[in-house]
Write a protein that binds this ligand. Structure first.
Ligand code: PEP
Ligand code: MN
Length: 361
């Protein structure tokens, strides 16, 4: 699979000088609610209107979405405001109805991305259409499953692709509704630099007060867009009431966000950047060189241990090294967590080198 610039062209075509914004309610509730919100969002930074039509609920008995009738409301909202319309699809029937009602953007929800059968069914139903399709991360922190979702849509000939990072479930309570685990999204972005990456701070935080902060983090990490749940009367929303903001708050969030550019043209600044990067490159080369030397020493020690048939793992010695490095690290402004991580990795590699030597005849 090769995700090329072609797959990102839909985003470039918006011709924006800011990240893409998708906004609208968690759920379409009434025609009036949909139209009111859409009208408040037109002539703003928002390009795409979102609304859930079928809602996947963790437990039965909650509001499960208005269903097909809501698609008519979205068609009307689109005709009146010019905003593109986005909904969640979870099966072939949803796709069929979305296509019949001229929905522009379809997203695959987190609970669907975990299920390859469902994703394949959606991909088959979308085969070679020119819809924009966004794949949310699966609820569990599994990068392969997320990539798998992208691959199924790619293989179905979808040319307008993107992913939404909405955080991951954890059994333990954290300050987030869904733990962001930024590294997983960054890994995906590094693997597919042309795949638009959109952050969903609403489902990551679960709380409207935290949306600003998480949106800023996403922009600092060079995300291509944000999807933010927006409701005319958030407290009375039929789903996800705690995390929705009003259209006015959404505007304020955008005023307060600091937009980051990918780079700058200024020659002096570029010279200084190049210089600092050259220093970093030099240090990185040295780091690898030193690590290589350290492993060679470990091999020598391995040989000495072999001579006297002494065990590789020497817990006392290892704990001494660790204690000393944590103290040294502290002095240099490195956290204990970081030093521990690095030294565990070094220690493991070192043991592997010694084992190789010892087990060689
Ligand atoms: C939603 O966007 O309203 C939604 C159900 O999201 P997720 O699939 O991320 O839980
Ligand atoms: Mn929601």
């Amino acid at each position: 699979m090769e995700i090329t610039k072609e797959h990102k062209q839909w985003l470039v075509d918006f011709n924006l000088n800011h990240p893409l914004v998708i906004a609208g309610p968690c759920s379409a509730e009434t025609e009036e609610q949909v139209l009111k919100i859409a009208h408040e969002l037109k002539n703003s930074d928002v390009s795409i209107f979102r609304a859930g039509i079928w809602k996947p609920r963790t437990r039965p008995g909650g509001f499960e979405g208005v269903g097909e009738i809501g698609l008519k409301w979205l068609q009307r909202a689109k005709a009146e405001t010019g905003l593109l319309m986005a909904i969640e699809v979870a099966n072939a029937q949803h796709v069929k109805l979305a296509l019949e009602h001229d929905i522009d953007v379809l997203w695959i929800g987190a609970r669907t991305t975990v299920n390859p059968f469902a994703v394949q069914e959606i991909a088959d139903a979308l085969q070679n259409t020119d819809k924009i399709v966004l794949i949310k991360n699966p609820v569990n922190p599994d990068l392969s499953l997320w990539i798998g979702g992208v691959e199924r849509l790619y293989n179905a000939g979808i040319k307008k692709l993107g992913v939404i990072h909405r955080g991951f479930s954890t059994y333990e309570k954290t300050k987030f509704r869904n733990n962001p685990e930024w590294q997983i999204a960054i890994d995906l972005q590094n693997k597919f630099p042309n795949l638009p990456l959109i952050c969903d701070p609403s489902h990551i935080t679960g709380k409207r007060d935290m949306i600003q902060e998480v949106s800023q983090q996403a922009l600092d990490l060079n995300y291509d867009g944000l999807i933010i749940e927006t409701h005319i009367d958030p407290e009375k929303a039929w789903s996800d009431a705690a995390q929705q903001v009003t259209p006015a708050t959404l505007k304020q969030i955008f005023i307060d966000l600091k937009m980051r550019k990918e780079t700058d043209e200024n020659a002096e600044w570029n010279k200084e950047m190049a210089l600092q990067r050259a220093y970093i490159d030099e240090l990185d080369t040295k780091l690898i060189e030193i690590l290589g030397k350290r492993m060679k020493l470990a091999e020598k020690i391995g040989l000495l241990k072999k001579e006297k048939n002494v065990a590789i793992l020497q817990n006392k010695r290892w704990n001494e090294i660790l204690g000393r490095m944590i103290l040294d690290g502290e002095e240099k402004g490195l956290t204990e967590e970081f030093v521990l991580k690095i030294y565990k990795a070094i220690h493991q590699e070192s043991i592997a080198h010694q084992e190789k030597i010892i087990n060689k005849n």
